[in-house]
Design a protein. Structure first.
Length: 234
């Protein structure tokens, strides 16, 4: 009998996180979903999964999220590290505590989750991770300096984790969305995008589902732009 795969998704109550949860459910995953607002818990009820209200900035919340998922399902096969947006502002006007919050939301959240999930991956012989990052990791934006700087750090973490655990059949990749339709669209932003439109949350969700699947079994350590061509770099 085929094993039912189990996926954790954070910030899963709305936008890209919710779209990813729905896509994974459609692909046969059992789900554990978390968000600070409670909306992920509501979505989990709809999708027949486990729902948690908590923040990835709080180690106790992550402990409970992972522990109760393992108690319920006995395994974790996939992790999607998604978060809200960090503070914005002029580069040198951003206070230290806002930078620390950004670190909690963008880099330490991933380290905290994987510190707890990786032993389960090792015990069961493998697993897959996708981090939701931003095109600003490759093309820094003055309008979002905390995100730009720390998502570049997340790209490095992704590479390091991939190198460390590839031999254990554990894969990790980051998806770098461009401007997505969960945010307000303006003509000025659309004019910057070669494909001439915002991306769809469903397009991000389908990319994530592919990267978690066996079809992507030879892809690890990559930072994959899904940005409509807005980043011109090679």
């Amino acid at each position: 009998m085929a094993v039912e795969k189990v996926a954790l998704v954070t910030a899963a109550g709305k936008g890209m996180g919710a779209a990813i949860a729905r896509e994974l459910a459609a692909n046969g995953y059992r789900l554990a979903l978390m968000s600070p607002s409670g909306s992920a818990a509501e979505l989990a009820k709809e999708l027949g999964g486990l729902g948690f209200t908590g923040s990835v900035t709080e180690p106790d919340c992550i402990d409970r999220f992972v522990r109760e998922t393992l108690e319920k399902y006995g395994r974790i096969d996939a992790v999607v590290n998604n978060t809200g947006h960090p503070p914005k502002g002029d580069l040198l006007s951003i206070a230290d505590e806002q930078w620390h919050l950004g670190l909690d939301l963008i880099v330490l959240n991933v380290a905290r989750v994987l510190r707890r999930v990786t032993p389960a991956f090792l015990e069961q012989g493998g697993g897959a991770v996708v981090n939701i990052s931003s095109f600003a990791a490759d093309a820094p934006e003055q309008a979002m300096p905390v995100s730009s700087a720390l998502r570049a750090a997340l790209s490095s973490f992704t590479r390091l984790y991939a190198d460390r655990y590839a031999k254990d059949n554990i894969r990790i990749n980051s998806v770098l969305p461009g401007f997505i339709d969960s945010w307000p669209e303006t003509p000025e932003i659309v004019a910057r995008i070669p494909v001439g439109r915002f991306g769809k949350t469903q397009e991000i969700a389908q990319t994530v589902a592919f990267l978690l699947s066996d079809a992507a079994g030879y892809i690890t350590g990559q930072n994959i732009r899904v940005d409509g061509g807005i980043v011109r770099g090679l």
